[in-house]
Ligand binder design. Structure first.
Ligand code: IMP
Ligand code: MG
Length: 172
């Protein structure tokens, strides 16, 4: 079953956006002990590009969460399937997410990380679907904003497909 893909964000747009985010983050965290926490699997490409544009030192960690229910709609029932492996207490944590949609996963993640007593927790998301928000969560660094539509590519999947595409597409 092949889906029709329509180009949404080109390589050039993505590269410019990632560079802009890295510049903002590098300026804001210049004097801090930054830990970037990439949310697996969707953020792996974004995180890899982002760190190579940072001009400050940063530790890199990964976390993985799973939500129950159908793939397209977040159910809000979330569990940690792979936690961070280094202490984050007293550190400045920046969560690196692919997409913030309803905000339920992110809200859970932030609460989970806050329980580890970091100095701060902020969020960098490649794509913010603000119109679809069900809970109030703050995204501190936003790559792209979009209203609706299901996207793939640049690490982001549909049923584990399309992660390796270098650009971002809307699935029809
Ligand atoms: P939320 O809990 O509803 O904010 O869901 C966010 C997560 O759902 C993202 O990190 C993605 O893993 C997934 N997701 C949301 N929208 C899309 C999409 O358009 N394509 C692929 N995954 C998505
Ligand atoms: Mg995700």
């Amino acid at each position: 079953m092949n889906k029709e893909l329509k180009l949404l964000f080109s390589k050039k747009e993505i590269a410019e956006t990632v560079a802009r985010l890295a510049k903002e983050i590098s300026a804001d965290y210049a004097d801090n002990k930054l830990i970037l926490i990439g949310v697996l699997k969707g953020a792996f490409v974004f995180l890899a590009d982002l760190v190579r544009h940072l001009t400050i030192p940063a530790q890199i960690e990964f976390i993985r969460i799973a939500s129950y229910g159908s793939k397209k709609e977040s159910s809000g029932e979330v569990i940690v399937t792979k936690d961070v492996e280094t202490p984050v207490d007293g550190k400045d944590v920046l969560v690196v997410e692919d997409i913030v949609d309803t905000g339920l996963s992110l809200q859970f993640l932030i609460d989970h990380l806050r329980s580890k007593n970091p100095a701060s927790v902020k969020v960098c998301a490649l794509v913010d679907k603000k119109a679809r928000r069900e809970v109030e969560v703050q995204v501190d660094y936003t790559g792209f904003s979009m209203d609706d539509g299901f996207i793939v590519g640049y690490g982001i999947d549909f049923n584990e497909q399309y992660r390796a595409l270098p650009e971002i597409f809307v699935v029809d």
